[in-house]
Design a protein around this ligand. Structure first.
Ligand code: COA
Length: 525
């Protein structure tokens, strides 16, 4: 009898890639096949097709938040119903935000709002014009309390548009579908707005709401179609005949914007000493084994190598200047647990990069700071605080990549999410949580043991194992990159082999962006 074929389990680094690839496939599909067919039957391009047609042909789209909302809600919301990312339009780097109307009418879930605000933040920090390709039914009404009233909710999107416009960053909208209620403020607040005849509509209240509120019966086109807004209301400035036409008008507008075209690197890029293709093989199979930091670095930086800072001191933190794709960068990379010396060295190196205006790259593989009586007495908290202080206030562009574990205060010192990295990514093998699952299980079971023994009982081995197993499991799930990307704790999951290109683009963006002066706070000496 023929045996049924079973798919081979991926091995080596492909074990890490498989769940990321599955999540990515779901994100790229967008809404259901029926929904996509209905969308196309209206003569509309999908959100991803719109982005591709908008960008300069053949150039990369650096997607932000591709896996947002993956597995978070009780139904699928691919890419949180909005595609966001950085791409070139007429040679200028822009932030593109395209609602995906095939996912619940392009409505805003809590993570849609969070994702758009994150995209706007990246645009603001890096001086990118914003392009909004709007096709959305506004708030996802069943979740309005997590979307509407708070500071980081819907209103922030509109405030950001106004503030970025005031800062001279062009805000351009193309209305390519519905633009209802609060959503109407996106085109209305943008500097310049295009609307597509026949499919684009803008109104504060749709036909149903108007009928319910006033009794007036009116169809969508008459209420807020392209002709109304380009001939009568002046809510839009340009009339387009199709999606493709709208995108070509947006490109023209960007080509005349004050944003300068992307600059060449200041020095000639050189291939790294070791090929990027080796990177995945360098990651040990056993996550408890340390990643060989220097070998990884040799595959990432330009051949010229690292001008290492205090190579013989605080050796568990590698610091030094290098170039990636011809752009200068200050490297801060873990090579073991953080000690007082390594933290002080890190703080000093960050100061140095700020003084010289060199962007910082943090490569995390960190279980945390060294613990124990000797280290507490030696002031490890004080020295660690110095590094966290320097990371917090450094105003040079910071980029953060989790290449291994990123746990506890180690995550803070290495420029975790709260410390304002301009972009943050994770390798598929990386993990992040307050501590490792094994440690959390042990800590909690020791606490439980104390409670049981205080009542005169005993905490038997079998009971301990049953207690610890679900804690380990939940930490493993929560610390996984797909979970982190779904909740927008990181902007992207990038493969080790793509890391150099991703960083080159990130550094090019930062080099063209606005410069800020650093003012450090009080360091505990
Ligand atoms: N909140 C929650 N769900 C919404 C929604 C909203 N604001 N708007 C649409 N949806 C859902 C629909 O229930 C439908 O869900 P289903 O696929 O599970 O049946 C899905 O999104 C697609 O809606 P549908 O009306 O079938 O698609 P469409 O492309 O013909 O129209 C809209 C899309 C957005 C134009 C239309 O649904 C609409 O006008 N929605 C109301 C918009 C509104 O008044 N928003 C106010 C927000 S403050």
């Amino acid at each position: 009898m023929p045996q049924p074929e079973t798919a081979a389990e991926p091995d080596g680094y492909d074990r890490h890639r498989a769940p990321v690839a599955a999540a990515r496939k779901a994100a790229l599909l967008g809404g259901s096949a029926e929904s996509v067919a209905r969308h196309r039957a209206r003569g509309k391009l999908t959100a991803r097709e719109r982005v591709t047609q908008l960008l300069d042909p053949g150039t990369a789209f650096m997607e932000v938040g591709q896996l947002a909302a993956h597995g978070v809600y009780d139904h699928a919301v691919p890419s949180a119903a909005i595609v966001t990312g950085i791409g070139l339009v007429c040679g200028r780097l822009t932030m593109v935000m395209a609602n995906d109307a095939t996912v619940k009418g392009g409505t805003y879930y809590p993570l849609t709002v969070k994702k758009q605000i994150r995209a706007q933040k990246i645009a603001r920090e890096n001086g990118l014009p914003c392009i909004y390709l709007v096709d959305s039914g506004g708030a996802f009404l069943p979740m309005q309390e997590d979307i509407f009233p708070d500071e980081q909710h819907f209103g922030m999107i509109f405030r950001n548009i106004a503030e970025m416009s005031a800062a001279g960053l062009s805000q351009i909208a193309a209305v390519m579908g519905s633009c209802t209620a609060g959503g109407a403020y996106i085109p209305a607040m943008c500097d310049e707005t295009v609307i597509v005849r026949g499919t684009g509509t803008i109104f504060l209240g749709g036909p149903q709401l108007v009928q319910a509120a006033t009794g007036e019966v009116v169809d969508a086109e008459t209420l807020g179609g392209a002709l109304v807004h380009t001939k009568s209301s002046a809510v839009a400035d340009h009339l387009a005949e199709s999606d493709a036409h709208a995108l070509s008008i947006v490109r023209k507008i960007v080509s005349r914007s004050p944003t300068p075209p992307l600059a060449e690197p200041p020095q000639a890029p050189e291939s790294p000493a070791e090929p990027a293709g080796r990177l995945a093989d360098l990651v040990p199979d056993d996550p408890r084994r340390r990643i060989p930091a220097r070998d990884i670095l040799a595959c990432l930086i330009d051949h010229g190598g690292l001008a290492e800072y205090r190579a013989g001191y605080g050796t568990t933190l590698i610091c030094g200047t290098a170039a990636i794709g011809g752009f200068p960068v200050g490297i801060v990379q873990n090579d073991g647990v953080l000690f007082s010396e390594s933290a002080q060295k890190g703080a000093n190196f960050i100061e140095l990069c700020c003084q010289r205006n060199i962007p910082l790259l943090f490569l995390h593989d960190i279980s945390g700071f060294m613990v124990g009586q000797e280290y507490e007495a030696g002031g490890i908290a004080r020295h660690g605080a110095k590094m966290v202080n320097a990371v917090s206030t450094a105003r040079v562009p910071k980029f953060s990549i989790l290449i291994g574990g990123s746990y506890g205060a180690g995550n803070f010192a290495m420029c975790g999410r709260a410390f304002g990295p301009r972009l943050m990514a994770m390798w598929p093998n990386a993990r992040t949580s307050v501590m490792g699952g094994e440690q959390a299980a042990k800590v909690l079971s020791l606490v439980r043991q104390g409670q049981v023994e205080a009542k005169g009982g005993s905490f038997e081995d079998e009971e301990r194992q049953a207690f610890e197993a679900p804690i380990r499991e939940s930490y493993e799930k929560a610390s996984h990159p797909v979970n982190a990307a779904a909740r927008l704790w990181v902007d992207a999951i990038i493969d080790p082999t793509e890391t150099r290109d991703w960083l080159t683009r990130a550094l090019a963006m930062a080099a063209a962006g606005p410069k800020q002066e650093t003012r450090f706070g009080v360091f505990r000496m």
